[in-house]
Design a protein around this ligand. Structure first.
Ligand SMILES: [Zn+2]
Ligand SMILES: [Zn+2]
Length: 516
């Protein structure tokens, strides 16, 4: 079985000094695994191809696309009409039956977003609905987390997860249902709050899926475990739920499933990435110490702003000069804070970094290089103290069990139409679903298209991109993204919730290639 090692070192990482915290990173032994990188031109073609289809299905105004992609469009429209017609009418009907309520819930959640770890109203809304559907619901698991269980005879236990939290982003989409919510963040700052990552769509989908599953118990058996996880955006919620006994107080899942909406795929389409789905993420806070003084007399001071500036530039050489060109590594300095007045040299400067890698060896190398460079720059400037380097957040890459991915690709192709399931490259975003997978639970994390197909095609034609997740302009094309999410989830759950638990484990274990 893959990934059974527990990352117990995480518990002690926060606020530790550099050397201690890096010792405690708990880097895994997983090496890079093989995965297919599609070349860019084929990806763009593919996106155009789905955009053309999506437009044909959902948008009456197709002239622009026809101009852009006439032959592809005609070809795809014919092909798609065939595949869509093959999808059982009963499946379409059961989604249509729950869709109005799902859409209303989406609008409600979108207009009432709550920040990470403060998702009290959100969790209560989900808990009430799931309870009314007959699920056994436990609230306040790991803070505001919820666990909803529906037992339906013997069989595997399958976990489906949604996140609950929104982001400190002021919405600028101009949509009629845009969020106007403002709130105090944990540092006491007044911030706009928005579901800029699409977790509202995930929640609306999971409740609709829950309804369909509860009303069709003859189509599956086993234990369905739905979880509403708080604080995904701060990489705290999955760990909090595990620490609060998620796998002790409730049945341990045989498999964990989640999806995420994104704007690089057209709505109506899902994306599968076997093996490595995303990246390891490390959040660092670096404090550089100097000696304060008068801005007119720099010789009496040691300027931490200058040290920070040199450090930031030197850090750019890690990915470009130290890491092997075939490997991926991202080192971004996302903020720098120092000083209060133009004629004062401050005595310290703080900066925040995010580091992304997808191999443990490279992760170690990059973190070590950051430490070496930061310390050396401070020493070169004769700083009074070595810098403080804190790793205050971190998560490992999400690994998609290849056997599961292969099995569920076929399931999704049958449910959505073969043309609506694509392969995707790994992405550089990160998320804490990996905490569940690392408990020895095979995981399947897939992408849900959220882009308006017509706008996506226009963006691709213009060589630009649509606003990504976390942008104040992020606005998924709810219809059909939401109905596709429901169809996909129901199909995946029904496929997994059959046979016996032992059989299921054997099948997955047999097909699983252990990550090196
Ligand atoms: Zn996010
Ligand atoms: Zn997200």
């Amino acid at each position: 079985m893959l990934l059974t090692r527990l990352y117990t070192a995480r518990a002690v990482e926060k606020y530790e000094s550099y050397d201690e915290s890096f010792a405690g990173v708990g880097l895994g032994t997983r090496g890079q695994t093989r995965y297919v990188r599609q070349n860019m031109s084929s990806k763009i073609l593919r996106q155009n191809h789905f955009a053309a289809w999506g437009t044909a299905r959902y948008h009456p105004c197709i002239m622009k696309l026809v101009t852009l992609l006439p032959l592809l469009f005609l070809f795809m429209a014919t092909l798609t009409a065939t595949t869509y017609a093959q999808i059982p009418a009963s499946q379409k009907r059961e989604v249509e039956a729950v869709y109005p309520e799902a859409h209303a819930l989406y609008l409600d959640l979108h207009q009432n977003p709550e920040l990470s770890s403060h998702e009290t109203q959100t969790a209560a809304k989900l808990a009430n609905r799931l309870r009314n559907l007959g699920y056994e619901v436990t609230e306040h698991v790991g803070g505001t987390g919820i666990v909803a269980i529906l037992k339906n005879g013997a069989g595997p236990t399958v976990m489906l997860r949604t996140e609950l939290d929104a982001l400190p982003v002021e919405e600028k989409t101009g949509l009629a249902y845009a969020s106007k919510v403002r709130s105090s963040d944990d540092a006491g700052r007044d911030v706009g709050v928005m579901h800029a990552c699409g977790h509202d769509l995930h929640m609306a989908a999971i409740v609709a899926t829950a309804a369909i599953m509860a009303h069709s118990e003859d189509t599956w058996h086993g234990t369905l475990m739905l979880i509403g996880q708080p604080a995904e955006e701060t990489i705290a919620g999955a760990k909090a739920m595990l620490d609060d006994g998620l796998l002790r107080r409730f049945p341990k899942p045989d498999v964990a499933v989640a999806l995420h909406v994104e704007n690089v795929l057209p709505a109506g389409v899902v994306g599968i990435t076997p093996r490595i789905y995303n990246t390891n993420a490390d959040s660092l806070r670096i404090t550089i110490y100097g000696k304060g003084g008068h801005g007119s007399a720099p010789q009496t001071a040691i300027d931490p702003i200058v040290i920070a500036a040199r450090t930031i530039l030197a850090l750019q050489t890690i990915a470009s000069r130290e890491v092997k060109p075939q490997e991926m590594a991202v080192v971004t300095v996302g903020y720098i804070r120092a000083g209060a007045k133009n004629n004062i040299i401050p005595d310290q400067a703080e900066m925040g970094l995010t580091v992304r890698t997808n191999k443990d060896k490279v992760r170690q190398q990059v973190l070590a290089a950051i430490s070496r460079i930061t310390k050396a720059e401070a020493e070169a400037a004769d700083a009074p103290r070595p810098p403080l380097i804190e790793r205050y957040e971190g998560t490992d890459l999400v690994y998609n069990d290849p056997a599961l991915a292969q099995r569920l690709r076929g399931v999704l192709e049958s449910a959505l139409g073969k043309d609506h399931v694509v392969s995707e490259d790994p992405i550089t975003a990160s998320e804490d679903f990996s905490y569940f997978v690392e408990q020895g639970i095979p995981g399947f994390y897939f992408s849900l298209g959220g882009a308006d197909p017509e706008k996506l095609a226009q963006a691709i034609a213009a060589g630009t991109t649509l606003p990504s997740n976390h942008s104040p302009l992020f606005a998924p094309d709810v219809d059909p993204a939401l109905s596709t999410a429901i169809e996909a989830e129901v199909a995946v759950l029904r496929n997994l919730l059959r046979g016996s638990a032992e059989e299921f484990r054997k099948t997955i274990a047999a097909g699983t290639t252990t990550a090196p």
